[in-house]
Ligand binder design. Sequence first.
Ligand SMILES: *[C@@H]1O[C@H](CO)[C@@H](O)[C@H](O)[C@H]1NC(C)=O
Ligand SMILES: *[C@@H]1O[C@H](CO)[C@@H](O)[C@H](O)[C@H]1NC(C)=O
Ligand SMILES: *[C@@H]1O[C@H](CO)[C@@H](O)[C@H](O)[C@H]1NC(C)=O
Ligand SMILES: *[C@@H]1O[C@H](CO)[C@@H](O)[C@H](O)[C@H]1NC(C)=O
Ligand SMILES: *[C@@H]1O[C@H](CO)[C@@H](O)[C@H](O)[C@H]1NC(C)=O
Ligand SMILES: *[C@@H]1O[C@H](CO)[C@@H](O)[C@H](O)[C@H]1NC(C)=O
Ligand SMILES: *[C@@H]1O[C@H](CO)[C@@H](O)[C@H](O)[C@H]1NC(C)=O
Ligand SMILES: *[C@@H]1O[C@H](CO)[C@@H](O)[C@H](O)[C@H]1NC(C)=O
Ligand SMILES: *[C@@H]1O[C@H](CO)[C@@H](O)[C@H](O)[C@H]1NC(C)=O
Ligand SMILES: *[C@@H]1O[C@H](CO)[C@@H](O)[C@H](O)[C@H]1NC(C)=O
Ligand SMILES: *[C@@H]1O[C@H](CO)[C@@H](O)[C@H](O)[C@H]1NC(C)=O
Ligand SMILES: *[C@@H]1O[C@H](CO)[C@@H](O)[C@H](O)[C@H]1NC(C)=O
Length: 533
Amino acid sequence: MKGSLLLAAVSLCGLALAKSNRPAPHRLQARDVDPTELYPGHNISVPIDHFHNETKYVPHTNASFNLRYFFDASHYKPGGPVIILQSGEADATERLPYLQKGILAELVNATNGIGVVLEHRYYGTSFPTANLTTKSLRFLTTEQALADQAYFAQHIVFPGLEHMNLTAPNVPYIVYGGSYAGGFAAFTRKLYPNLYFGAISSSGVTEAIYDYWQYYEPIREYGPPACIAAQTKLINVVDNILMKNDSATVQQLKSGFGLETLTYNDDFANLVSYGISGWQSRNWDPAVNDPSFSYYCGNISSTKVLWPSTSAMASTASSLIEAGGWGNETATLTNSFLNMMAWTNDSYGVSSCDGPLNSCYDNHNASAEMYTDKSIDNYNALSWAYQYCTQWGYLQTGSGVPKSELPLISRLLTLEYESLVCRLAFNITSPPDVQAINKYGGYNISYPRLAFIGGEADPWRPVTPLATLTVPDQLNRTSNASEPVILIAGAVHHWDENGLFPNETTSTLPPAPVAQAQKQEVSIVKEWLTQWK
Ligand SMILES: *[C@@H]1O[C@H](CO)[C@@H](O)[C@H](O)[C@H]1NC(C)=O
Ligand SMILES: *[C@@H]1O[C@H](CO)[C@@H](O)[C@H](O)[C@H]1NC(C)=O
Ligand SMILES: *[C@@H]1O[C@H](CO)[C@@H](O)[C@H](O)[C@H]1NC(C)=O
Ligand SMILES: *[C@@H]1O[C@H](CO)[C@@H](O)[C@H](O)[C@H]1NC(C)=O
Ligand SMILES: *[C@@H]1O[C@H](CO)[C@@H](O)[C@H](O)[C@H]1NC(C)=O
Ligand SMILES: *[C@@H]1O[C@H](CO)[C@@H](O)[C@H](O)[C@H]1NC(C)=O
Ligand SMILES: *[C@@H]1O[C@H](CO)[C@@H](O)[C@H](O)[C@H]1NC(C)=O
Ligand SMILES: *[C@@H]1O[C@H](CO)[C@@H](O)[C@H](O)[C@H]1NC(C)=O
Ligand SMILES: *[C@@H]1O[C@H](CO)[C@@H](O)[C@H](O)[C@H]1NC(C)=O
Ligand SMILES: *[C@@H]1O[C@H](CO)[C@@H](O)[C@H](O)[C@H]1NC(C)=O
Ligand SMILES: *[C@@H]1O[C@H](CO)[C@@H](O)[C@H](O)[C@H]1NC(C)=O
Ligand SMILES: *[C@@H]1O[C@H](CO)[C@@H](O)[C@H](O)[C@H]1NC(C)=O
């Protein structure tokens, strides 16, 4: 998707640096029935403005909007819970696979519950306003969206089940979320404990940080060592050349990547930094996995020239490495560098851009459509960006890495660069109000019947309550039945969320730690439900 290649920073649930700060769609799996055919969408009418006492929502409105949800009551038996999977910063149809056979399906099957995928305001089809001007976006705050979720539990009447009162607090409500939605699930339990009886926060980001350079530290720690070594050295070569400002060498460097028509050095540095950020989109299930990280690493770790067309550039590459301060290692770095150039060009060069390179990758252009198009169709570019510009931060910089370390991405990727969208799309020039999020508890958030699940190698772990845990069990947080903590060995981003049908588990998938976590989550919820009166 071309538009999504433009924005700064890595999305929470998805793909790659500077491509977008929104989730990559979890690809629907061709092997199954398309879940959009199984679960039709429904709307519930919800107030646009839950907080008439707060001046930031002026002018207020008493109007309502359609919040979309999907549900499956096929496992339901009276007395069972309603289990909501909050879909977060995405079109909720991207989460439907989890109703079909992921964690949500497993939980409702085990508890005779109703499974619900609930969309978040300003995503998918759930828009409170007719457009996305900065003024119209004023109702896009985490607290308003949390209030939507509370309202849902109090007012829902499920189509086909009109004869039953399935609202909270008559019926136990449990919420599950992964990533942003994981933080959201934790906040829901803490803010609305009388409506939501329990919550599972998976890879739940609860601590908002403006400069989130630590995003790359788990990749440094758990990524393939040869790949990480090559990456840090080659990025340092690139940075040293760009920072010397010698225009001839800079031009030679850009040409090596086939990106000489890109005007800004930071946009160039941004593209060169893309490959390594594919780490987050890895998954244990090959049907969900994005292989780009392993291809990228395979390329830059290789000692062979993998793209024959680049052989002719070997001496140029060596001299660039020398100019970049690593002349002592040209023997081992030259082929890596050639492969890095060719891989980047193949993935993001002229052939993947429908127009001049600047039209695809220039983040400085105030008149670019991604910034100026205020129609709701442009929510992929605007909604999550607005949320991180105003409240969440999470700008993944290279500049923030301490000087004693070589960063995995370019140091030209600064707060100023990563926040261009804030200024150019929204005219926001001050840092986000992270306190609006961290007031819910940040790293230390805690509540009875609130579970934290996370991946050991998740780049988002440093902003979750599991930040300081180590595998296997040196836990700062002690796990107990009420507030369980599960750190999944070797896992990345909410690997417990997707699953398989029972008839698929005879293969080697999912890996034991993921299967174990999913089983534990089922037991946790069953145990909580024994406390329901
Ligand atoms: C739900 O609301 C959206 C937006 O108002 C609308 O486009 C859609 O048709 C509605 N869906 C149903 C099933 O009513
Ligand atoms: C507005 O009301 C909510 C509860 O509905 C409360 O949590 C919040 O503190 C109030 N804000 C102000 C500014 O009084
Ligand atoms: C919303 O409704 C209340 C009660 O009817 C009224 O007092 C208030 O002025 C209305 N607010 C807006 C913005 O229309
Ligand atoms: C539901 O759970 C039962 C056992 O508790 C299991 O045998 C069955 O395969 C599960 N079905 C699905 C669709 O997960
Ligand atoms: C956005 O919508 C509001 C009404 O909700 C309208 O007043 C305004 O003119 C619209 N702006 C644009 C740029 O479409
Ligand atoms: C469900 O019951 C609650 C009281 O327990 C009541 O306030 C609410 O109106 C009822 N909802 C429906 C749809 O009947
Ligand atoms: C290179 O240019 C940048 C931006 O113009 C400037 O900040 C930096 O100090 C320059 N570096 C050198 C070594 O001249
Ligand atoms: C190099 O990258 C290409 C394109 O992504 C990929 O097809 C190939 O398998 C990679 N080579 C290695 C050794 O990983
Ligand atoms: C090459 O030079 C770099 C940068 O000065 C240094 O960090 C590295 O250890 C040297 N490599 C070898 C093999 O000596
Ligand atoms: C941007 O915001 C500033 C103050 O925050 C204001 O003075 C200026 O008019 C705004 N510019 C636009 C184009 O809205
Ligand atoms: C977590 O435990 C480690 C090791 O015992 C300790 O160094 C660290 O300070 C603890 N962190 C917190 C936030 O308690
Ligand atoms: C596996 O189970 C699913 C869900 O019950 C079903 O749709 C699918 O056809 C089954 N696959 C096979 C190979 O039996």
